[in-house]
Design a binder for this molecule. Sequence first.
Ligand code: ASP
Length: 602
Amino acid sequence: MRRTDTCGGLRSSDIGRRACLQGWVRFSRDHGGVAFVDLADRYGITQVVFDPEDTAEADVDRIAGVMGTFARESAVSVEGIVRRRVEGTDDARNPTGEVELLVTDAVLLNRSASPPFEIGDQKEGVLPNEDTRMRYRYLDLRRTEMVGALAFRSRVVHLMRQYLERNSFLEVETPMLGRSTPEGARDYVVPSRRHPGKFYALPQSPQLFKQMLMVGGIDRYYQIARCFRDEDSRKDRQPEFTQIDMEMSFVDTEDILGTVEGMIAAVWEGLYGTELETPFPRIGYREAIERFGSDKPDMRYGLEFVKLTEVVRDAPYEIFKRIIGAGGIVAGINLGDRSSEVGRNEVDRYIQFAKDKAKLGGLTWMRCEDGVLTSNIAKYFTPGILEGIKQALKAEEGDLVFLIAGPWKATYEGGGILRRRIAEDLGLVPDDVFQFSWLVDCPMFEVDPVSGKHDAFHHPFVLPEGDIDAKDVGGACFDICLNGNELGSGSLRIHDAGLQRAVLKKIGMSDEEIERDFGWFIEALGYGAPPHGGIAMGVDRLIAILLGRDTIRDVIAFPKNKKAVSLLDNSPERIDDGKLEELQLLSLAADGLDLGDFDIDE
Ligand code: ASP
């Protein structure tokens, strides 16, 4: 028997012809000797019927015998005639729902053990827990939802490739075994057998190699790149994840942003057949923090912060005075026409939330009543200042406003967490709107306020936008954001060897360390490296957001769980002493070599 059709393909136009389907027994039931099987594969589900009345007498016992062995999730093959379903039993939700296959022959291809969970089209609530799904991922993958996610992912990547190939990009693979590429996380390392005590690092990103491709004249590169970062798992993080990684020569920032916008618009067109509005809004880093309380602003709804520091500077309110005196800020947010939905109890809950979850020192509220802002602390403000706050926040009768105060970044970021919470509670976050944006005008360095130590804001290969010794020097880097998530970041890169050395020095590396870790890279820049720049965007994250999935684990075929364990193959796993000895790790450890992350005693 050879498969002629998939389980999603038969329609009423096929009625009367023979077909052979092969797939898995999703459900089976017996109605007084008439057997029904829902036969499933990645394409759909078809109803298969065995009816002794409609079967040649000589075949009845044999077919009945075979179908009696059709345990759930067994792989089977059935041959028969496509016929219209009995009137009134059509399934309008199923594209094959008008027809059924009347069996004339059946074969059990491979019997399934009793599955640990039912593979239906379960809604969230009745899914088995995630660990069980991961332990039996091959069964989880048979669910329509998982198949759909992988098919969607494949389509998105295909559309990206198509666009990039059309635009002269070359797909080039860069090494998995290499030196560390700093992206701010720990490395996964691989011990070298031939060079005992030495390790490769799996790439945190192809950053340095893609820059080498630019020095090598490749000009426009892309790769669907697997990246490895040893950081604590979160719902949108995995130890290994996929980026669409790109780099271009002889470009400025707008060229890169425009290329990415073109690519996403092409994906949109391919997926939904609609035009995505470009260019995406650009917002400066400071402005994003001050308006949305986040460097990945969610612009799908209002509730923006307004700076009030100057308005309240002279208020005789001790707490604000102290904060402003120490260089902090005061800002407010107006709940506007949704204010009446937030009563005294809810206000108290937000005050608690602000403390516990948003790490805000405090949260002040005021309500506009009889034309003035009133609250338990209104007495500490002069009428003029209250009027100033009211105007700055455009507060109208009945409006509720919250005020936050404290150090610039932490306070706005805490405010951002609160803003999101309020928006979710009030149902202001539309889940069918996809709002892309660019975060631009970022700083070059992050400076520790106590030690003064400089760290790269993005990474140390970003082109500074001025004298690196000047205060607040910017970096030519940008992030692409979608609905309050960072999808990816990119930048123009340093192509001058001397400047690269100086930036690495600025972030605290000694000449020796620079030479040891990046000497090869800086040397390459010295051979006429072109001005260049690029970006990397998280594919898993993009797919999860577009599909409205809560975690990237749901769009990755074989993810690790929250503890970075693969429950399917049980990795990571100890390796036996023989293998450790082959790598000379045991003797090197005995000699006192610091094996760092490679804890052989575990
Ligand atoms: N390496 C990326 C870049 O192109 C950024 C990243 O991987 O997060 O700048």
